[in-house]
Design a binder for this molecule. Structure first.
Ligand code: SAH
Ligand code: SF4
Length: 375
């Protein structure tokens, strides 16, 4: 079996080259061809000696994930469904905005956490993605979009990455960290650590490890203002309750002092959207009443799906809630829903191909565009 070079961060690539008897600068060249140029064929890599190219052909390959479908929303959001084998698929979403292009990446097929309001969670867990499968989503999207927009090789289309697709990234830690390093590497995608966000439902020990290994921006899916409520919405809370979670947030910020935690809060009608919930949140994070956490809140209008039995809070309720937090001095934003017409919104990423009929029925109704191959 040959090795997929998408699995390696730069150190991994250097170790691989060393095993082939090649110097580290060859690893850098290879890495740049793969990630900066989107090359998948060794013949393209014109500044590598022919003998090395032949050697590589015998023991390595650069292989992305097969694309099952691509859908473009009226607002420009693009959703790809990638085949990860064994009847599983994962979804990746590109969200273009005036000043940035954000790619939302999946880390697992399904998710074991099982949050009540999340359709990925309702699917159950299939498996962890490899580093190569995580990075393949960025590799594919960046180069497909560049080609389409006829950008030069130096011009990036994707300026931000958020690990907010399917799966709990901190329950796939060993594959996640090399993938993050590839995103940050100047020879890879060159994203600054503040433009790469890991979103977690609160895997406390792994938050501590991430702070040491790769302190990117951290989003914490809070969704509740007390333990009883959070236990029922985010089952992981029974293992790592709010007090421990908030202490882990503070420790994280010790490693990244000028940063803040983004608390995500999915607004569920009559469940967590009352004024008393907002008051409890303030008490949790406000330095005047508790040790405090430097943070901002991102209120997410719930994206309903039938099996959840939950409803989205009204717009008036969301803005009233946002006002209580803002009046207490907490920066609060309300997430715009994007890609609603292609089910690309948060928590709707249900790429399980056991459900393929349903997915394809849904998708058949939508505009599909031709994919150009990556050269
Ligand atoms: N597992 C990680 C990252 C993936 S989920 C996490 O939970 O943080 C990304 C975000 O989408 C999380 O904040 C999650 O709570 C939110 N989300 C999940 N289902 C949703 C839904 N149906 N409507 C709105 N947001 C949802
Ligand atoms: Fe998993 Fe995140 Fe969905 Fe919870 S919200 S089930 S942690 S993907």
């Amino acid at each position: 079996m040959t090795t997929n070079l998408l699995d390696f961060d730069l150190d991994g690539m250097a170790a691989f080259c060393e095993r082939l008897g090649e110097k580290r600068f060859r690893a850098t060249q290879l890495f740049r061809w793969v990630h900066q140029r989107g090359a998948s064929s060794f013949d393209q890599m014109s500044d590598l000696a022919k003998s090395l190219r032949e050697k590589l052909k015998g023991c390595a390959h650069v292989t992305g994930l097969p694309v099952i479908s691509e859908h473009v929303s009226a607002d420009g959001t693009i959703k790809w469904l990638f085949d990860v084998g064994g009847g599983n698929a994962v979804e990746t979403v590109f969200i273009p905005e005036d000043d940035r292009g954000t790619l939302c990446i999946s880390s697992q097929a399904g998710c074991a956490v099982g949050c009540r309001f999340c359709s990925t969670g309702h699917q159950g867990f299939s498996r962890n993605l490899t580093t190569g499968e995580i990075i393949a989503q960025l590799w594919y999207a960046e180069h497909a979009l560049r080609q389409r927009q006829r950008q030069g090789h130096g011009e990036r289309v994707i300026s931000n990455v958020v690990m907010m697709g399917m799966g709990e990234p901190l329950q796939n830690y060993s594959a996640l960290v090399p993938a993050l390093r590839i995103m940050l590497d100047d020879h890879g995608y060159g994203l600054s650590r503040r433009r790469v966000t890991v979103s977690t439902s609160g895997v406390v020990p792994m938050m501590d490890r991430l702070a040491q290994d790769c302190p990117v921006a951290l989003a914490v899916s809070l969704h509740a203002s007390n333990d009883a409520l959070r236990d029922s919405l985010v089952p992981l809370n029974r293992k790592y309750p709010l007090e421990e979670l908030l202490a882990a947030c503070r420790r994280y910020l010790d490693h990244a002092p000028r940063d803040f935690i983004t608390f995500e809060y999915c607004m569920l009608d009559g469940v967590n959207d009352q004024p008393e919930h907002a008051a409890q949140l303030i008490a949790l994070v406000d330095p005047k009443t508790a040790p405090g956490v430097s943070c901002k809140f991102n209120l997410i209008p719930f994206n309903p799906f039938p099996a959840s039995g939950l409803r989205r809070s009204s717009a008036a309720r969301v803005s009233a809630f946002a006002k209580i937090l803002s009046d207490a001095g907490i920066v609060t934003t309300v997430r715009k829903t994007r890609g609603d017409d292609i089910d690309a919104a948060c928590g709707q990423l249900a790429g399980d191909v056991k459900d393929r009929t349903k997915v394809s029925e849904r998708m058949a109704k939508l505009r599909t565009i031709e994919l150009k191959p990556i050269t």
